[in-house]
Design a protein around this ligand. Structure first.
Ligand SMILES: [Mn+2]
Length: 262
């Protein structure tokens, strides 16, 4: 029995199959946890969704921003999109099944002593507070997806406050969990920079705010292909940008081995 956490697949189905063959993945014994962003840009999003759906007994994924983009279009009935991969999914005979399965993915997954979140853990929160907030936001999303997605998008509020309520609170939870990379010293999320750390002076990666302590759980995240594979005592980034011509990477939790394919 082995547990593999896999970085952002983004519709790269052939690469996923190549990776699973290389690690000798056994559906009856092993377990896969995806870092989110199963879909978009790779060209084979429908194949990825169908495969993961068919293997749901041994697979799970957290929600990423691209997954939410697909879900919001579906539940708001914006089927006339220019995104051909999304269109292919909407036109598929099993679309309703696949979208319902994707909608029910969580914002975080705990396994052993790790926690998988698509973008990361907001520096203003502890793990316990994040879990509480994420659970509430997910419950809201599932209670009426169309209502939830109507107000989900927006770059404000930038900073967390205990006073946030309603859709603004849920929006912040979604933005922090699925879109965050750099955070200002005052706690404001930044949505314009997605590049390398060295290029940024007044912004710090979210995980650098935890550098002087040890978190109770090791955070594994994706979403940041420009960062690529990264590891420190609290976090591991597995987004090695397969969809941009990079690699698809997996970390096996039991022996901490890292494996990538091009
Ligand atoms: Mn992402």
């Amino acid at each position: 029995m082995a547990t593999y956490v896999i970085g952002d697949v983004q519709g790269c189905f052939s690469a996923l199959m190549k990776l699973l063959k290389a690690i000798d993945f056994m559906p009856t014994k092993d377990r896969l946890i995806f870092c989110g962003d199963l879909v978009n840009r790779g060209g084979q999003s429908l194949d990825v969704l169908r495969w993961v759906y068919a293997h749901q007994k041994c697979c799970d994924s957290v929600l990423g921003n691209h997954d939410l983009s697909l879900l919001s279009k579906y539940y708001l009935k914006k089927f006339r999109t220019k995104n051909t991969e999304f269109k292919e999914i909407f036109n598929a005979s099993d679309a309703a099944l696949l979208m319902d399965w994707l909608l029910h993915r969580p914002l975080y997954i705990e396994q052993q002593d790790v926690m998988v979140i698509h973008a990361g853990l907001y520096p203003g929160w502890g793990i316990k507070q994040f879990k509480k907030l994420a659970t509430k936001t997910r419950t809201k999303m599932l209670s009426d997806p169309a209502v939830f997605f109507k107000t989900m998008y927006g770059n404000t509020p930038k900073q967390w406050s205990e006073d946030l309520a309603g859709h603004l609170k849920h929006r912040f939870v979604i933005n922090a969990s699925t879109r965050m990379r750099f955070v200002k010293k005052d706690g404001a999320l930044n949505f314009s920079q997605n590049g390398r750390i060295s290029a940024m002076k007044n912004l710090k990666p979210w995980f650098s705010y935890f550098a002087d302590k040890t978190l109770d759980q090791h955070i594994i995240f994706g979403h940041w292909s420009a960062l690529g594979f990264y590891q420190d005592r609290n976090v591991t980034c597995l987004d090695t940008g397969k969809v941009w011509g990079g690699q698809l990477t997996t970390l096996q939790l039991e022996n901490q081995s890292v494996f990538s394919i091009t």
